[in-house]
Design a protein around this ligand. Sequence first.
Ligand SMILES: NC(=O)c1ccc[n+]([C@@H]2O[C@H](COP(=O)([O-])OP(=O)(O)OC[C@H]3O[C@@H](n4cnc5c(N)ncnc54)[C@H](O)[C@@H]3O)[C@@H](O)[C@H]2O)c1
Length: 326
Amino acid sequence: MRILVTGAAGFIGSVVTEQLLTDGHEVVALDSLKHGHAAAVLPAAQFVKADLLDAAGLADIVKSSRPEAVIHLAAEARIAESVRDPGLFFRANTVGSLNLVEAMLAAGVRRLIFSSTAAVYGEPATMPVSEDAACQPLNAYGESKLAFERMLPWFARAHDLRSISLRYFNAAGATERLGEFHAPETHLIPILFEAALGQRDAVQLYGTDYDTPDGTCIRDYVHVADIARAHLLALARVDEIGTRAFNMGNSRGYSNLEVIEVVRRVTGREIRVETAARRPGDPARLVASDERIRAELGWEPEHPDLPAMVETAWRWRVRHPDGYAG
Ligand SMILES: NC(=O)c1ccc[n+]([C@@H]2O[C@H](COP(=O)([O-])OP(=O)(O)OC[C@H]3O[C@@H](n4cnc5c(N)ncnc54)[C@H](O)[C@@H]3O)[C@@H](O)[C@H]2O)c1
């Protein structure tokens, strides 16, 4: 297939692109490069620098590149920033995504795989959380993604759009060639690597008074290559499935303190941690039920254990201490 991947220069989009190319697909890789890196887009993909908020430009790109499907990962994704600046998130993630769907429909493209997030749930009442749980986001990031998810059945009804939303929990890990690098970084594991590499003095541990066994937040980590694989499975089934959301996690939670210990063990380095106040918008626990994605898409993680994920990410980071800059 010929596939348009938005956010292809970002962490997860670069690995989705890599797997699509490996499986013999043609990729048009779109990114504004606001948070991504041109060097993360493999040369076999056709790179297009564009912003989702340029509706006319986007419509031209979709029309001229004639994709058979779109995988839409481009987004603003920093949770605490979304609480401070919701407008940025609703513009990029809700309006930008709407621009994309309209460009797709104008070009006759009717298959969409959308990167949603566990943040749509907010603070779920039961854990692990299933896709049928109430969606009550605690931050504008989650709300901006949920708003777009909620449009999808309406586009299905009016225009026969086929879409699958994958609600990722916490992405981690790396492939041989591609890894996670943001400046500034907001995700715990790469922040711990910065401390392990001597690039920062200490790591702030946000909140030690949550209602969890050790008082720190609990998250479900999923390897980026396993996330990418789910997109290929979703593409193969999207025509038949229509509109549906799937959790993308491993059904296993790790507290922030447990993650810190895993990273200390894997890196063998000193990492100084300082406790800090809670960050706005962070729920105490988020652990996925992965039953639906296993049963309906046949997804099986190849790297379900956190230490193995951290090992792949550390291997990449040691080779690329300054990310894609070097
Ligand atoms: N990383 C995670 O743990 C995680 C968890 C849940 C959901 N997600 C979702 O997965 C997707 C990818 O996340 P990531 O971690 O790779 O983030 P990322 O920031 O590395 O990648 C996002 C990419 O989108 C691009 N982008 C942003 N706004 C754009 C716009 N208006 N037009 C064109 N390009 C734009 C950025 O330049 C960046 O390269 C996002 O949609 C994110 O919300 C990520």
